[in-house]
Design a protein around this ligand. Structure first.
Ligand SMILES: NC(=O)C1=CN([C@@H]2O[C@H](COP(=O)(O)OP(=O)(O)OC[C@H]3O[C@@H](n4cnc5c(N)ncnc54)[C@H](O)[C@@H]3O)[C@@H](O)[C@H]2O)[C@@H](O)CC1
Ligand SMILES: [K+]
Length: 494
């Protein structure tokens, strides 16, 4: 499990540790880990060319001390001092005594000289700002970031890519064609992950994230991201004596005569979700289409362990009755798509008899659900603060909320938040949500909690998206569906 802590939590944990350690210990631990990663990326340190982008705070100090370690091993290290008067004094002295060079930003001819050094570098270390950064890159850092992007060097961000908001992953808009954040191949982060490394757009800037343990003992995380092993532990596996009913039966109320495809896709995905059986509940003609595609499905109402309701059911009176019938069954329920639009009309009271609910809105549906709580919002507002809105919805509806998007965020009513690390833009395709609903619904029926079903469903769905788009070709929701068994194999080690 990857865990992320807020800047405030990191600062508090750092203060507690610094109170009992000799001064400078934490920075030395950070710099040592950073230098090891950089040396690994360089392969041969002796004779390599390393450029440090050094800002005015301790993030620059980390870069300078790590640069000193590489210089001692024979690398040519040049530090570009973006705030020459405020560069970390101890770090700069260490670099110089190790044989490294520095070039202050106020030196004559700095821009051209700095760009030449960047163009010739094997590795660039971004120590402009870390958790103390506010807002995006400014001149001259923004010009350098552009030069770094055009150079062939490996880019290593120190703690987090400069310009990325550590707590939210937000990256300010591009100004005058210059990047507002540095794009890294590898980020070496200290003590714990920062939320901005796990949430887009920040996550996309961070590249591969490596964690260096510096001994921090932070409290409960503000954000979690599951890994293969976490998902493998949660996924249902049939025991020897199990029968199909013990494995869980999912009731699926999806599709309408207008949108039969949603039912077929959701059913197909549910058959790959680990439940023992599936009951389709809906119009006769849609049931026939479902049966034609998936003969293993039972058609018609009956006893189920969980329901998934909503994709393609439409929003008329008949759909309202279907949703009400599902919610009256008092089993855990997943509500998606049209089901969410209808739920938003009645607000959280419609879920009062439900033992556990999972809501899976995209940003537009989230706006409707928020209106059901009496809160006005916009799509853009939700996109810009995904974690905050997912939390508010989870608390307001007393349900787990899976907010779909470039980074899918899952919040539970207690305020715990997960981000899904496996997403891909290829999943932004018609019917993709129906696949997620069927899959997560089946996991719910198999006995996972709404939050576990959301975390595992989003994870497998994302992996399947990657597998389906493996050749870089656009894929359809049906391709994602076909890739689901491959995603299970990947997670469970086949
Ligand atoms: N907190 C910890 O536990 C540890 C922190 N360390 C390092 O210290 C960093 C935090 O250091 P600081 O608190 O000094 O803060 P930073 O070095 O992240 O940045 C703060 C400095 O940057 C300036 N600044 C802020 N936004 C800017 C922008 N957009 N453009 C240009 N300059 C900007 C500020 O005026 C301030 O001088 C961490 O990210 C990490 O790299 C490590 O040395 C080890 C331990
Ligand atoms: K940085």
């Amino acid at each position: 499990m990857r865990e992320a802590h807020s800047v405030e939590q990191v600062r508090a944990a750092e203060a507690a540790l610094m109170a009992v350690l000799p001064e400078g210990t934490l920075m030395q631990r950070a710099a040592a880990g950073l230098a090891v990663t950089c040396a690994g990326l360089l392969g041969r340190v002796y004779g390599s060319r390393v450029v440090l982008l050094v800002g005015s705070g301790d993030n620059g100090g980390d870069a300078l001390y790590a640069g000193a370690r590489l210089a001692r091993r024979g690398a040519r290290v040049d530090a570009l001092l973006l705030s020459p008067q405020r560069a970390h004094a101890g770090g700069l002295a260490a670099l110089r005594s190790a044989g490294g060079w520095s070039l202050p930003a106020d030196a004559p001819g700095f821009p051209a000289a700095a760009q030449r050094l960047v163009a010739a570098a094997d590795l660039v270390m971004d120590g402009i700002v870390g958790i103390g950064g506010r807002g995006g890159l400014r001149a001259p850092a923004a010009e350098l970031a552009q030069a770094v992007g055009q150079a062939g060097a490996v880019v290593v961000a120190v703690d987090l890519p400069s310009g990325v908001d550590a707590d939210t992953g937000a990256v300010p808009a591009v100004v005058e064609g210059l990047p507002s954040a540095l794009s890294a191949d590898v980020t070496v982060t200290f003590g714990t992950h920062k939320p901005g490394l796990l949430v887009d757009p920040g996550a996309a800037y961070a590249g591969v994230v490596e964690l260096v343990d510096i001994g921090l003992e932070p409290p409960a995380p503000v954000l979690r991201a599951a890994q293969h092993a976490d998902i493998a532990r949660l996924l249902p596996r049939p025991a020897r004596e199990t029968d199909k009913y013990a494995r869980g039966v999912l009731g699926l109320a999806a599709g309408s005569e207008r949108y039969p495809g949603a039912a077929v896709l959701a059913t197909g995905a549910a058959l790959h979700g680990g439940a023992g059986a599936l009951r389709y509940v809906g119009p006769r003609a849609v049931g026939d289409a479902v049966l034609a595609a998936h003969p293993e499905v039972m058609v018609g109402a009956g006893r189920v362990q969980a329901y998934a309701v909503g994709p393609g059911i439409d929003t008329g009176e008949e759909a309202r009755e279907r949703l009400a019938a599902v919610l009256a069954d008092e089993v855990p329920v997943l509500v998606d798509a049209d089901g969410l639009t209808l739920l938003a009309e009645s607000g959280p009271k419609a879920l009062r008899n439900t033992p556990g609910a999972l809501l899976t809105p995209h940003a537009g549906e989230a706006v409707r659900l928020l209106a059901g709580l009496g809160e006005e919002s916009t799509r853009a507002g939700v996109e810009a603060d995904r974690i905050g809105y997912a939390r508010r919805l989870a608390a307001g509806y007393a349900a787990t909320v899976l907010l779909k998007g470039s980074t899918t965020v899952i919040a539970d009513p207690r305020g715990e938040v997960w981000v899904n690390p496996t997403g891909t833009p290829y999943l932004a395709t018609a019917g993709s949500g129906d696949v997620l609903t069927g899959l997560s619904g089946a996991l719910l029926a198999a006995g996972l909690s709404p939050t576990e079903a959301a975390v595992c469903g989003a994870y497998l769905h994302g992996l399947a998206g990657h597998l389906a788009a493996d050749e870089g070709a656009p894929c359809s929701a049906s391709d994602v569906l076909r890739a689901l068994p491959g995603a299970w194999h990947e997670v469970c080690g086949a």
